[in-house]
Design a protein around this ligand. Structure first.
Ligand SMILES: Nc1ncnc2c1ncn2[C@@H]1O[C@H](COP(=O)(O)OP(=O)(O)OP(=O)(O)O)[C@@H](O)[C@H]1O
Ligand SMILES: [Mg+2]
Length: 269
């Protein structure tokens, strides 16, 4: 069986407004993603690392079909999802989810947890009754170790860690093969970061879920990742098994990222 996700030569250029071109040396486009290829195997975690602005989130949005690529293809479970449109695209978008960095703005403030987690099912699972969908939500909450009564609460009543669990429950409810997590723990208190990483790790082992895990924090990357792709200016400059790349980086850019880890002894656990 082939890879779960295979990106080939993805490109996404964003136009620069006239008044801003001076800032970009007169360029008409920001080459946010400029020829990115990678493969993600089932049940594996690919870490996308790189400085701010290197194109990590844009790659994620392309993979989830939140935005259209200018060039390249994305194979997902053997299908070219860059060709999807209409209901097929809607279905695909409902089945793969992103867990965002900011748990305070990523959940609709006026929706109860029950409805937030159920939302992907309204597109994805039209056969089940309301009651069956509620059951699925409660199972999903249980998977992320949230008590059933949390379902009746609004996001502002939850801690940051609980909110991130809700975001993961929402991503899980459609039983996806892939979850994309974009800096999911960087805004959380250090004391709950480990719990959330542990949770994601457990879900990977239990359900064989694959992750694309975006971070510029290489100290957590080694804990969660199987492979790493290091991005710089829209391109992958180095990729391979994470232990190898972090312990023996070949590219100068990767070396500089590793050198920037505040406390390497504590960092590379
Ligand atoms: N919708 C957009 N319109 C115009 N430019 C964009 C848009 N989205 C991203 N960019 C630009 O594309 C480049 C890559 O952005 P991206 O958000 O993918 O970086 P990133 O690696 O996720 O950074 P960070 O670590 O700060 O989240 C940046 O120069 C950014 O300003
Ligand atoms: Mg980003």
């Amino acid at each position: 069986m082939g890879a779960l996700v295979e990106a080939r030569d993805l490109k996404k250029y964003f136009p620069v407004k006239k008044g801003f071109r001076q800032m970009f040396k007169g360029a008409e486009f920001v080459k946010a993603v400029d020829g990115v290829s990678f493969a993600l195997e089932r049940g594996k975690v690919l870490v996308l690392a790189g400085e701010s602005g290197s194109g990590k989130t844009t790659v994620a949005r392309l993979v989830l079909r939140a935005i259209d690529p200018d060039a390249g293809s994305i194979m997902f479970e053997g299908n070219d999802v860059t060709r999807y449109e209409g209901s097929q695209l809607k279905h695909f978008r409902a089945s793969v989810h992103m867990v965002y960095q900011d748990p305070y703005s990523s959940l609709s403030p006026r929706m109860k947890v029950m409805d937030i987690v159920m939302e992907p099912l309204t597109v994805h699972d039209r056969k089940s009754s309301k009651k069956e969908k509620e059951e699925k939500v409660l199972i999903s909450l249980d998977e992320v170790r949230l008590a059933p009564e949390i379902a009746q609460r609004l996001p502002h009543m939850l801690s940051g860690g609980q909110r991130q669990r809700v975001a993961i429950a929402r991503a899980l409810v459609t039983k996806p093969a892939l979850i994309v997590a974009d800096e999911p723990v960087s805004m959380l208190d250090v004391s709950v970061r480990g719990e959330i990483l542990e949770l994601m790790h457990g879900l990977k082992a239990k359900h064989g879920i694959s992750y694309i895990y975006i971070t510029h924090d290489l100290s957590t990357a080694r804990y969660v990742g199987d492979d790493i792709a290091v991005m710089n200016a829209g391109r992958i400059v180095e990729t391979g098994p994470i232990d190898k790349v972090l312990l023996d980086p070949e590219h100068a850019y990767t070396q500089s990222l590793i050198a920037a880890i505040p406390d390497p002894d504590r960092g590379l656990y």
